[in-house]
Ligand binder design. Structure first.
Ligand code: MSP
Length: 525
């Protein structure tokens, strides 16, 4: 935001719209979606919604990663052509996006034409610049991770070989392959990380990446010849492009790459934030910027590698058979409840255990007893005693002022929390505002003023409504459904459902007519 001094003493705030491009990983549609997918997606959606409410121009992308040996094998097991299998499974992920209430602007499939065009162009650029050459790959490969591993990253257990990094089984591969000259980029990447201190967050992940790069980068095999399900290497049909080079490109295919002179691309590239899980950090923080730099394109602005959702002490995954189904949780408890719980309870940098007990505790204490109760008690009091109308006078009391001041102190840091991706702090702060507002109502006891000080009672209710409006806008990224119901009941127009109040805008007019509000969150027993 720019502050400009114009004629006279008037200060005008000119809201500068920033462009904000955010992505989730493109998901392998090789199995049913699980909580890990839901988590990456909801996290990205929360940042997308916050930025829209902050008057930024947002583009939010999600999608499916449909090529590679893993998908080919899964389709074969089901007796289906990969393309038929992907059509079916990609729809499951698209439906999940709706169920999770994602506000994505686009859903990309790596089997789409626009994506082929982008991957072909990127390959040709890398080939022409001499960054890709033909040779032979000899080494370990994990189909489940679609990743190559060095010998020192492999251990043997009961006669079988596994990756020490992910625990997935690996197989020995020897085949003709194109290579990307990753080794050339080692120092340039280290310089880039050094210059861009926030490129990888959290910091612990950044250190991991830097140490890995410092230990030496080998050229990367970027094509395979032993299967066919993928994008063919231009002018060499025998090879399909390595699924990670293919998949990472989705982030620019969605911006109509190679049309880099178009406004669309120029507005949104480089991406503001790639949300990914820590298991796929190497691909995003090392390979992806190296591919882009080699092709003369800008690397991403920021990558956030979140921790894993654990079930017991293990990562939740299909191969481990410990999947908590997000759809079941949504059907039992509700989507806002799931979204809020995952965002509040799972610390975003580290791994987090989830259970139905902690979900119940979280929903009951923050949503049902705190925010939900605040809304319900204020709305029903106004319905029963004021015919749904409230007015405000100039007679502001000390405690009215104290609540507003305390709220302003808390809200001052919220943009910074979001910018630093500190969602835990953000949510805690907003819930504190709700707690303070409940306390204010308890202390002020408006019900005692019904017969002797209607003016003061109205002021208390008016301030409570203003607080509820602010809290609802601030919680909107986490609980879009419930917060929208409240803002509707407050008759706040769509145009005002943004963060202008953080800069002093008033949300509730001096005289306000509100509507009835039904229960927002049921207590879970
Ligand atoms: N297709 C690749 C991503 C390509 S992006 C260019 C992929 N897909 S995935 O479906 O396996 O995983 C997608 C995301 O889900 C990753 O960010 C991964 O970290 C996340 N999760 C998968 N299981 C998870 C948990 N148990 N917990 C949290 N997130 C984890 O990788």
């Amino acid at each position: 935001m720019k502050r400009m001094f114009l004629s006279g003493l008037k200060i005008f705030y000119i809201m500068k719209k920033n462009n904000f491009y955010i992505t989730t990983p493109v998901y392998y549609p090789s199995g049913q979606p699980h909580m890990g997918h839901a988590y990456s997606s909801i996290l990205a959606d929360v940042f997308a919604r916050f930025n829209r409410n902050d008057n930024n121009k947002v583009y939010f992308l999600t999608g499916t990663d449909e090529h590679g040996l893993k998908i080919q094998k899964t389709a074969e097991k089901k007796g289906l052509e990969p393309v038929i299998y992907c059509d079916k499974m990609s729809k499951v992920f698209k439906d999940l996006a709706k169920k999770l209430n994602l506000s994505n602007d686009d859903f990309i499939r790596t089997t789409e034409k626009r994506h082929y065009k982008a991957v072909n162009d990127l390959w040709n650029k890398l080939f022409k610049s001499g960054d890709i050459y033909l040779s032979k790959y000899k080494g370990w490969y994990s189909v489940s991770d679609e990743a190559y591993y060095n010998s020192d990253e492999v251990i043997e257990k009961n006669g079988k070989k596994f990756s020490t990094f992910s625990g997935s089984s690996v197989e020995w591969v020897e085949e003709e392959s194109f290579f990307f000259k990753l080794s050339l980029w080692q120092n340039k990447l280290l310089e880039f990380y050094e210059k861009n201190g926030n490129f990888i967050l959290p910091i612990s992940r950044r250190n991991e990446v830097i140490n890995f790069v410092k230990s030496g980068l080998k050229d990367l095999s970027v094509s395979r010849t032993s299967f066919t399900w993928g994008i063919k290497v231009p002018n060499n049909d025998k090879h399909v492009i390595y699924v990670w080079l293919d998949a990472l490109t989705n982030y620019i295919s969605a911006l109509n790459y190679p049309n880099i002179e178009d406004e669309f691309y120029k507005n949104f590239w480089p991406v503001s934030l790639h949300i990914i899980g820590k298991d796929i950090l190497r691909f995003h923080a090392i390979y992806w910027p190296a591919f882009l730099l080699a092709a003369g394109l800008k690397p991403p602005n920021r990558i956030f590698g979140h921790g894993w959702i654990l079930s017991g002490d293990e990562k939740m995954s299909k191969s481990k058979g410990n999947i908590l189904n997000p759809l079941e949780i949504i059907d039992t408890y509700g989507i806002d409840e799931l979204r809020y719980y995952l965002m509040k309870e799972v610390s975003h940098g580290s791994d987090g255990n989830i259970s139905s007990d902690s979900l119940k505790r979280c929903v009951n204490s923050d949503l049902a007893n705190n925010y939900g109760n605040l809304c319900q008690r204020v709305f029903s009091f106004i319905k029963n005693n004021c015919n749904n109308k409230v007015f405000k006078t100039k007679n502001i009391s000390e405690s009215d002022k104290k609540l507003t001041d305390q709220t302003n102190i808390i809200t001052k840091n919220l943009r910074k929390d979001m910018l630093n991706l500190n969602l835990n702090n953000y949510i805690k702060s907003v819930i504190d505002i709700s707690f303070l507002t409940n306390k204010y109502i308890n202390d002020e006891e408006p019900w005692k003023l019904k017969n002797n000080n209607v003016e003061k009672m109205n002021n208390i209710l008016h301030i409570s409504l203003e607080q509820i409006a602010k809290i609802s806008i601030l919680l909107n990224p986490m609980i879009p459904n419930a917060s929208t119901k409240v803002l509707d009941a407050l008759n706040i127009t769509n145009k005002n459902r943004n963060h202008d109040f953080l800069d002093g805008n008033i949300l509730i007019p001096n005289e306000v007519q509100i509507n009835e509000l039904n229960i927002l969150f049921n207590k879970i027993n």
